[in-house]
Design a protein around this ligand. Sequence first.
Ligand code: NIG
Ligand code: FE
Length: 420
Amino acid sequence: MIPSNACAEQSMNNWDLLLTDARIATMSRGLPDFGTIERGAIAIRDGLLDWVGPGSELPPGRADVTRSLGDRWVTPALIDCHTHVVFGGDRGAEYEQRLQGVSYEQIAMAGGGILATVRATRAASADELFESAMPRLKTLAGHGAATVEIKSGYGLDVDTEIRMLEVARRLGRDSGLTVRTTLLAAHAVAPEFSDDPDAYVELICEKLLPAVAERQLADAVDAYCESIAFDSKQIERVFERARSLGLPVKLHADQLSDGGGAALAAAFSALSADHLEYTSSAGVEAMAEAGTVAVLLPGAFLTLNETQRPPVAGLRENSVPMAVATDCNPGTSPLTSLCEAMALASRLFGLTPEECLAGTTREAARALDLDADRGTLEIGKRADLAVWNVGHPRDLSYWLGSSPLSGLLVAGRDFSLTGS
Ligand code: NIG
Ligand code: FE
């Protein structure tokens, strides 16, 4: 027979960490006001959220470490679902040209733009790419991100695309953050194939995609649907091959013109369609039907001096989930802060501060197919938390140019920015 005090012992919770006196923005779907819990407590065990709720309702338990947050706000750690942080060189000189009135397309047609970064990336070693990307990743973390998607797309040949993805994987291992990798070989036509873009598409489908799938280097496949990149037919080939290899897809869609990108992405049940400035209402409806997330990228909109905004009202009306990301890249969005991305999305696109925060947490998780285990503060999810020095979570969209981050927990552990 088990003595009665042993029973009590067994039903007692054991936690690794207990956070008390927290103001919690759970960001749970369907709850108003950021899903706020005042005077909350969060209990963490084995890197997961074991309990989240009002402190007064905390079940009995013992914690190895208990920490009072002194009424600071806690949100899910942020998720950057669209970046190109691995690249060689920079494009500051092109930025100056664009300030003089030369357009992004003109620069691309003259062999600059993405192809300039391709030349610099091909010339860089894996170590050089790693060393230059790590500070960008750390800056993203310093502004609250614990999960970051990283695309290839500046190699445009088998070796360099694979090198970029390997570097991205290594960044994930060495930083302690979650890195999701995306093959973006269909970013621009490789210079060797400028006379025969279909032959480059063939190379992607027959050589690169199988090689990347075999090495398990990519979590998804992306492409750029635009007159200066690839047309729908070419992208369909890439997506069909990705599907045959079991890889989900996403698309840079309708950024500079309406190329039917959103509908194309939806037709392949894409995880997300990104940019969307020129997306038509038919495109929005197709995304709603397919459950494709709209990833809004205000850093690129700002840097390219765009005037056509993504169809936010239509996305809202059709309940298309909206994510917000940095699109960190050397050409169109040299942006390394999701706080700043939120500040820009509210100002430039009219998102509410709550939509901005949902866009960098819950909906960004969905765009990466990670919503089962992160993106909201709910029991059973990963203990990826950001603690902020703000008076209210709306302030994350309010302040410009600063990081009010007070602490970042990744799988329940303090994330140290000094670790490599
Ligand atoms: O997401 N739109 C295409 N790709 C990037 C730009 C890349 C570059 O210019 O280097 C983007 O904005
Ligand atoms: Fe991009």
